[in-house]
Design a protein around this ligand. Structure first.
Ligand SMILES: CC(C)(COP(=O)(O)OP(=O)(O)OC[C@H]1O[C@@H](n2cnc3c(N)ncnc32)[C@H](O)[C@@H]1OP(=O)(O)O)[C@@H](O)C(=O)NCCC(=O)NCCS
Length: 184
């Protein structure tokens, strides 16, 4: 689905435009994913090389499918004429679990701790409520203090510890599991 475009202010006074990623922006979306995954592969679920294997056509089709879907979306953040952050919210298809969604997000290092994560998250939650989602899940590595601070700030509750769930730089690392129940 497409979400309404929004302009927000960062902590340093710059403006960011938040909007749906459209299929014709696939190349720029990929560029952001490559940069953020190279910088933050320790915190994310795809290795840094993964995005080099995705073509612009494949990404464009993925974004077109997202746009056509009813309860899934990707929001990208534009600052200084570039995409510097993104958040994806994906619900499941089967009717009995359609009210659940999983959330992932990434912001380039130069734009983190700027308030952008909070704006992206709040925009995602507003839209999630509007389309009737009731529950959002995510996991975060136990050492990702910025992610944990953001998720707890907006009300996610820690519900578990996933021991040794990921292998990063040759070491097994743990993740916390979080959920947010959206009130009517
Ligand atoms: C995690 C991430 C999304 C957070 O976004 P952000 O733009 O940095 O978040 P914000 O600037 O809105 O900060 C949110 C809160 O966390 C706090 N915070 C930011 N960085 C922090 C850190 N390193 N340690 C502790 N708290 C931190 C902020 O102070 C803020 O709280 P406040 O509003 O009370 O001041 C972003 O840093 C990121 O994408 N990192 C790399 C990829 C990643 O980790 N993705 C998430 C995977 S689960």
């Amino acid at each position: 689905m497409k979400i309404a475009q929004k302009i927000v202010k960062l902590k340093d006074g710059r403006s960011a435009t938040l909007k749906s990623a459209s299929p014709d922006e696939a190349e720029l979306v990929l560029q952001h994913l490559k940069i953020s995954h190279k910088e933050s592969y320790r915190n994310l679920n795809q290795g840094s090389a993964h995005w080099d294997t995705v073509s612009v056509e494949e990404e464009s089709k993925f974004l077109a499918d997202l746009e056509a879907g009813k309860n899934r979306f990707m929001i990208v953040a534009w600052v200084d004429g570039k995409i510097v952050g993104g958040l994806g919210l994906f619900s499941q298809a089967a009717e009995f679990v359609r009210h659940n969604a999983t959330l992932g997000m990434s912001i380039q290092n130069a734009y983190s701790n700027s308030g952008l994560g909070t704006h992206l998250m709040n925009t995602a939650l507003e839209n999630a409520k509007q389309i009737g989602l009731r529950r959002i899940d995510l996991t975060v590595r136990t050492y990702n203090t910025a992610g944990i601070a953001l998720y707890e700030k907006v009300g996610f509750q820690r519900i578990g510890l996933l021991k040794e769930i990921a292998l990063i730089d040759g070491q097994y690392v743990d993740e916390y599991s979080y959920q947010l129940l959206l009130k009517d």
